[in-house]
Design a protein around this ligand. Structure first.
Ligand SMILES: Nc1ncnc2c1ncn2[C@@H]1O[C@H](COP(=O)(O)OP(=O)(O)OP(=O)(O)O)[C@@H](O)[C@H]1O
Ligand SMILES: [Mg+2]
Length: 512
């Protein structure tokens, strides 16, 4: 009995994919020096697991047998990262020491980090692990702090103990743990500025509404203090909440990144605004530990890049591929992982370094050369991916006082939500793959089907395409934008010349 291998199921994460991992624990016969070894591609956090497990068991008055203890994490070719292996290793040891019944543990998937006093600490990735367990008809053991997110995985048995003692007591039948309740992350009443607080800027507000309705990327260009950052920050107030399916997808990513607020499912659309000093791994994912980056945390939501030219060039260029494909590929030591990253890019910038290009009273002596240098930091291909480019001119002080108050965010939000619902129905019928949900995501034949043009509109687009030397991508982007504009115009099926004209007005070909 003593030499039999005890087995505990746990998981490894590859992007948001979950791979089953078998923790095998063997207590060797006497002979040789006592040792405790973990094999099977463990990273540093797992190597340190030994010390935490030893101390946690010691705090319960249990000492490890003075024999050769071998823990194997199988399959050996999958890289294991993270601290969630502590608990499965500890349970494997307890089973191998015949303190816990092996059969009882056989159909559990186990995750958790141990503290030295045998508390079970929060770990990342419990939601995807719970969904994996549900898919395989397994049960789940996770930290108490993660119970709220695990419970969303459906009708599975979940144990969410606070510490090792509670878990042992439950498994031995002397105390019963109740199933945790599913929690919604309530990020609280975050104060978002209302659209009506912004004076003037009617064009920019209209553009923002179109961007929100169709999920289009948008760039705002204007002098300092004209309200660009303020405009962007009103977006969360006009975007509809996540659908249940989106909520699960987004929460999986945030669960892996450890940014799920209060360990519950997210219902508000993510809005991420990384600082321009953000590094490339912070933005697109990866780094020392495989973690989703800002663009994945913004999945199904908004990525706001303020002061766009201040971002490092390589960082900006790395967004080009995810902007097209809706996912990001992160290279690891010997494999790649992908994270979903279907985000809407909203960016803001000044037209030049001093910010006052075109204003003869204020612009610096280097204008307009400095503007060309500044704007050249954003490459052509990057600009080509931005459907809406709008000027946000300075509002003069008399205008600030005189301007009538515009629509409230709630009014615009109602319209946006209506247009989003319309697109939902449209793509449910037409796109069987289920990846396209917004006009801005439609390509190829699908775009042709959803965007029939009136003859005059088609002629206008052809003419503009030639004159403005639109790239193929630019041409299709105008079509998508015109589709959203027609949707906002009472849900018109056929796109008219006025819709195309407005779509064209949101494309600048030289910034200065
Ligand atoms: N159109 C406006 N209506 C009302 N308040 C405004 C408007 N524009 C700017 N403000 C006020 O000015 C402040 C600064 O605006 P904001 O930060 O949005 O400017 P910005 O265009 O992002 O400038 P910068 O280019 O320097 O980043 C806002 O917090 C707001 O109080
Ligand atoms: Mg700003």
């Amino acid at each position: 009995m003593l030499f039999m291998v005890a087995r505990i199921n746990t998981v490894a994460f590859q992007g948001i994919d979950v791979q089953p991992v078998d923790v095998q624990v063997q207590i060797g016969a006497g002979g040789g020096l006592p040792a405790f070894t973990i094999v099977g591609l463990p990273d540093k956090a797992i190597a340190e697991s030994k010390e935490r497990v030893r101390a946690a068991l010691h705090s319960l008055g249990l000492s490890l047998p003075a024999k050769r203890l071998t823990v194997n994490l199988a399959p050996a070719d999958v890289m294991k990262e993270g601290s969630h292996y502590d608990l499965p290793i500890a349970l494997g040891l307890l089973a191998a020491m015949d303190i816990l019944p092996r059969e009882e543990l056989a159909d559990y998937v186990v995750l958790g980090e141990l503290s030295l006093d045998s508390g079970i600490r929060w770990v990342a990735g419990v939601l995807p692990a719970a969904l994996h367990a549900a898919e395989h008809d397994n049960r789940l053991i996770c930290p108490e702090a993660c119970g709220g997110e695990a419970a969303w995985a459906g009708d599975i048995d979940i144990l969410a103990p606070r510490d090792l003692m509670q878990l042992i007591n439950h498994l031995k039948g002397s105390q019963v743990l109740t199933r945790p309740e599913a929690k919604l992350a309530d990020s609280g009443p975050v104060r978002v500025p209302d659209l009506s607080e912004i004076k003037g800027q009617e064009t920019a507000k209209r553009a923002l509404e179109i961007a929100a309705a169709g999920g289009h990327n948008m760039l705002m260009i204007g002098p300092p203090g004209s309200g660009k950052s303020m405009l962007a920050s009103t977006l969360p107030g006009i975007l509809p909440p996540l659908s249940p399916r989106e909520a699960l997808e987004v929460s999986m990513i945030h669960s892996l990144a450890g940014t799920l607020p209060e360990g519950g499912l997210m219902k508000t659309r993510p809005y991420r605004d990384p600082h321009h000093s953000a590094s490339l791994p912070a933005l697109v994912g990866g780094g020392q530990k495989a973690k989703p980056g800002e663009i994945s945390l913004a999945h199904h939501g908004v990525l706001f890049l303020d002061e766009l030219p201040e971002f490092a060039r390589a960082t900006l260029e790395s967004l080009r591929q995810p902007l097209e494909s809706g996912q990001t590929l992160v290279a690891r030591a010997n494999h790649h992982v992908t994270y979903p990253a279907r985000f809407q890019l909203i960016a803001a910038m000044n037209p030049c370094r001093c910010g006052h290009l075109g204003d003869t009273d204020l612009e610096c002596t280097r204008a307009p050369r400095c503007a060309a240098d500044y704007q050249n930091k954003i490459s052509g291909p990057m600009m080509d991916r931005i459907d809406i480019q709008v000027d946000v001119p300075a509002v003069s002080v008399p205008d600030l006082n005189a301007a009538r108050t515009g629509e409230k965010s709630s009014v615009v939000a109602a319209r946006v939500s209506e247009i989003r619902a319309l697109q939902e129905i449209r793509f449910m019928e037409l796109d069987k793959s289920g990846t396209v949900r917004l006009n801005s995501q439609a390509t190829g034949d699908l775009l042709e089907t959803i965007a029939p043009f009136e003859a005059r509109a088609e002629a206008l687009l052809q003419e503009a395409a030639q004159k403005m030397k639109l790239s193929a991508r630019g041409y299709f982007r105008i079509k998508r934008l015109a589709r959203t504009i027609a949707d906002l115009d009472g849900g018109k099926d056929v796109i008219g010349a006025a819709h195309v004209a407005e779509a064209l007005s949101y494309r600048r070909f030289r910034l200065s």
